[in-house]
Write a protein that binds this ligand. Structure first.
Ligand code: ZN
Length: 109
């Protein structure tokens, strides 16, 4: 099965044990930092490089405010540990850097 280069995991993997040749991992990306890795390599990277997480809070219409561990964020997105990138604000769930902000938002709803 061929997948587009842009959808391919960026991890280099060793071709053989004897020679120091590497090739790009052939699995589909969408996980880990910036969604650049396949599920398997994203987990490997998380365990080695992304041990530090931030606790953020989510609000959605159906459940109470809940905490979530994220590995990074920018103005539009958060990266959830082990899951990948999601929008900070969507129809379903909104993500907040503090509990207070989440409660303030929930009260306004
Ligand atoms: Zn991979």
């Amino acid at each position: 099965m061929m997948i587009k280069k842009s959808e391919q995991c960026v991890q280099r993997v060793h071709t053989s044990a004897t020679f120091n040749h590497t090739h790009q991992c052939s699995r589909k990306n969408g996980y880990g930092v910036d969604g650049l890795y396949c599920k398997q390599h994203a987990e490997k990277h998380l365990s080695f490089k992304q041990k530090e997480t931030y606790t953020w809070y989510t609000y959605d219409r159906w459940s109470d405010i809940e905490s979530v561990e994220i590995i990074r964020f920018n103005d539009l997105s958060v990266w959830i540990a082990g899951q990948g990138r999601v929008n900070r604000v969507s129809d379903m769930i909104t993500y907040f850097p503090s509990k207070e902000e989440a409660y303030r938002f929930a009260e306004k709803k």
